[in-house]
Design a protein. Structure first.
Ligand code: PGA
Length: 249
């Protein structure tokens, strides 16, 4: 079975004083049982600082994106090797905001995940449907297509994380029903098996993301095949992030 993971995505939020929030998270995690992993993905500028604060704690640090090359003439980009060098253990790839804002395709997302493997960093591959796809009954098929094309061919036997994030649920305060989440996560596990084989698919944490909050975390985390959460807004404050961690414990 996959180890549970509660991951925070700070997006483009946080100046250096956010290190205090990370310290509060680390202190708050100490008394919780060790039955789940925790991760914060801050902006690039805070990765090294947070990694240093989190050293010798159970909080791990990740990036929010990486380039597929290891180095070179790519102004403004950061490689998976650079993230690893700063202390990152994970990197989010293919978040819907990057797919929308930067035109990232499934093929590019797969290339970024392969780059993460190369650098020894675990990719968190994001998938999710639009509200139109949900309304027209196409959500499961759309996400299945993303799994088939965003998860790289070389993922078998690798550590990888999948985050299911319905685009319409992100930052909206709306979430799918528990039945809809269950149906989607069952389908993702199945599609992943076809792509990576059963053993890898079984060990891959499937996270739910999109308006996860202290009020709904326990019920969402109780859904079969939900192995954790990718949390945006509610990860910015230690209190709310820790409440979600407590629900996972
Ligand atoms: P949200 O964001 O929790 O603020 O909805 C989740 C995400 O985009 O990863």
């Amino acid at each position: 079975m996959a180890q549970r993971l509660i991951a925070g995505n700070w997006k483009m939020n946080g100046l250096r004083d956010a290190l205090a929030e990370a310290r509060a998270i680390i202190n708050g995690l100490a008394p919780l049982p060790d039955t789940f992993d925790t991760l914060i993905c801050p902006p690039f500028t805070l990765i090294a600082g947070l990694a240093s604060v989190a050293k010798d704690s159970r909080l791990t640090i990740g990036g929010q994106d990486c380039h597929f090359d290891a180095h070179g003439a790519h102004t403004g980009d950061v490689s998976a090797e650079m993230l690893a060098d700063c202390g990152a253990s994970h990197v989010i790839v293919g978040h819907s905001e990057r797919r929308a804002d930067h035109g990232e395709t499934n093929a590019l997302v797969a290339a970024k995940a392969t780059a993460a493997f190369r650098a020894g960093v675990t990719p968190i591959i994001c998938v999710g449907e639009t509200s139109e796809e949900r309304a027209s009954g196409q959500a499961v098929q759309s996400v299945a297509n993303q799994i088939a094309t965003s998860v790289p061919q070389d993922a078998a036997g690798r550590r990888v994380v999948i985050a299911y994030e319905p685009i319409w649920a992100i930052g909206s305060g709306r979430t799918p029903t528990l039945d809809e989440i269950a149906e989607m996560h069952d389908s993702i596990r199945l599609k992943l098996s076809e792509r990576t084989g059963d053993a890898t698919a079984r060990e891959t944490p499937l996270l739910y993301g999109g308006s996860m909050a202290p009020a709904n975390a326990a019920e969402i985390l109780s859904v079969p095949n939900v192995d954790g959460g990718l949390i945006g807004g509610a990860s910015l404050k230690a209190d709310s992030f820790l409440s979600i961690c407590a629900a996972a414990a």
